[in-house]
Design a protein around this ligand. Structure first.
Ligand code: ADP
Ligand code: MG
Length: 213
């Protein structure tokens, strides 16, 4: 008899119909200049504009404050937020895709928000540096990667020797712990050519959001 052999008859959820399908989580990681934001834009272009919201951290004022901008100059309008929970304030019917650029600027709350959005059927796409300027993994990037349905690691070209690069080289002085910057302060390097900046600060002494290019 239908409903007995597959257990549906005793499942309370079956009486209210199928649950909404879970949204997928895609994590695009890598060093600077590896094409993370470009890949994000390519994926967003597959969805209808009104169904997309793009977020960036207020600390990231490179190029423009009100848009995510790739190093090639492509732009996408973005909402600036100071913490991940603000994403939920913007969620409304019809939003199917939420993107977060430079996710390493956010703290671990972004992991819970991402999971919550996916549970509500939203497609979440994040870009993130996987390592800071001292080569240490970003905890939030690791945790997002661990729960991702799809995890993409991008590589750049080493500015020194031209092989595949997976490190970000800081060459500008670090003033007041501010690590935000672009091509004037950073370049992509392979592991052999990469030189960490002197005196790595202990993980827990870095100002929030500052440990990243
Ligand atoms: P990411 O988000 O990973 O930092 P983007 O997608 O914004 O990278 O941009 C990557 C592209 O930036 C590269 O494919 C390259 O064409 C371009 N680019 C512009 N300036 C530089 C630079 N100084 N070094 C390396 N790539 C650069
Ligand atoms: Mg980027």
């Amino acid at each position: 008899m239908r409903g007995t052999s597959n257990g549906l008859q005793n499942n309370p959820a079956s009486s209210v119909g199928p649950a909404a399908p879970r949204g997928t989580i895609t994590v695009i990681a890598g060093c600077m200049f590896s094409g993370k934001t470009t890949e994000l834009f390519r994926r967003l272009a597959e969805f209808s504009l009104p169904s997309i919201l793009v977020f960036k951290h207020v600390i990231d004022q490179r190029y423009r404050a009100d848009a995510v901008v790739s190093h090639d100059g492509e732009e996408w309008p973005a909402i600036q937020i100071a913490s991940a929970d603000e994403i939920m304030d913007h969620l409304r019917p019809g939003i199917e895709v939420i993107a977060v650029d430079e996710a390493h600027f956010f703290d671990a709350e972004l992991v819970d928000v991402t999971r919550g959005l996916a549970d509500r059927g939203v497609t979440v796409i994040t870009t993130s540096l996987d390592r800071d300027s001292w080569g240490r993994p970003f905890a939030v990037a690791e945790r997002l990667g661990a729960m991702a349905d799809e995890s993409i690691v991008r590589h750049a070209v080493c500015a020194e020797c031209g092989v595949l690069a997976d490190r970000t080289q800081r060459f500008a002085p670090i003033i007041d712990g501010n690590m935000v910057g672009g091509p004037e302060s950073y370049e992509a390097r392979c592991q052999a050519c990469w030189v960490p900046p002197p005196t790595p600060p202990p993980d827990d002494t870095l100002p929030k959001g500052s440990a990243a290019p």
